[in-house]
Design a protein around this ligand. Structure first.
Ligand code: ZN
Length: 276
């Protein structure tokens, strides 16, 4: 394993949900002061804002908007719900374009009332349906495979292999993959599938955090990098060897870390970032 150490913060991006209690304005100011260079914006932080102005404000803080989070949730046993999801994804695409975000992360969705294969077929059909609209707006769509513990309701795409299969079947330069260590670290085929993803030009994003052992909550107990058992460095080396040169995006949902002073938390993120 040859891993280049992280020397500076030029590739450090933070998701707004990571510092949950901060508004987008406060996050912009504090990320800049901490030396963060990229920001991925969760849609709820744009509510009630002029989105174009919010984007301008971030760029005035020297922050590159890396992605808008999140679109997706395509599958449903109900055709009315599936149609609603398409409308919501078109809205997300408009928001991303207004914000200046080059891509949307897709939490693809699943419906426990039908098979995973049916949900996956609906995901692919949904992406293909909104794709022309995304292309018109210059916004890419990043399929994020989620850990199989979320296969019931959050995503029927659970491995890098399934995400690769889907991205290659759609075969558009506007559709790729967001690889998140939290969801993928356990997969024995991960290195090979990351390499495959890079070769096809489909690797759009890289998300980092850690897996706490024990994990006390299935959603909101992600760890700060270094706290848990994920081989983040090794996975980063695979991603970089696959040709990825984008941001390392810190995406942490944690009741424990959200409860602490968020400035202290951000300082810890920056400190731990150098070792991951
Ligand atoms: Zn992620």
């Amino acid at each position: 394993m040859s891993v280049k150490p992280i020397k500076d913060l030029s590739k450090l991006c933070v998701h707004t949900i990571t510092t949950k209690s901060w508004s987008i304005e406060e996050a912009g100011e504090r990320y800049e002061a901490a030396g963060v260079k990229g920001i991925s914006v969760w849609r709820q932080y744009l509510e009630g804002r002029n989105i174009a102005q919010a984007g301008e404000r971030l760029s005035n803080h020297g922050l590159e908007v890396v992605s808008l989070v999140r679109g997706g949730f395509f599958p449903s046993v109900s055709s009315t719900e599936r149609k609603k999801a398409l409308d919501d994804n078109r809205k997300a695409i408009e928001e991303a374009a207004a914000l200046g975000a080059p891509m949307i992360v897709l939490v693809c969705g699943a419906d426990p009332g039908q098979s995973l294969a049916t949900s996956r077929a609906q995901i692919q059909a949904g992406i293909e349906e909104v794709l022309p609209f995304a292309m018109e707006h210059g916004v890419k769509l990043a399929i994020e495979p989620l850990h199989p513990m979320y296969a019931d309701t959050r995503s029927a795409v659970n491995t890098m292999e399934q995400a690769n299969d889907m991205a290659e079947a759609i075969a558009s330069e506007y559709v790729g993959i967001a690889a998140d260590v939290y969801h993928l670290w356990w997969d024995p085929h991960l290195e090979k599938e990351i390499e495959r993803c890079g070769k096809k030009g489909n690797l759009l994003a890289f998300h980092i955090c850690d897996w706490n052992s024990p994990t006390v909550d299935l959603l909101n107990d992600r760890g700060l990098m270094g706290e848990g058992c994920i081989n983040i460095k090794e996975i980063r080396s695979w991603v970089e060897e696959a040709g990825f040169s984008g941001f390392n995006e810190v995406e942490i949902f944690s009741d424990r870390l959200w409860a602490m002073d968020q400035q202290e938390f951000l300082d810890k993120i920056v400190k731990s970032y150098y070792d991951c």
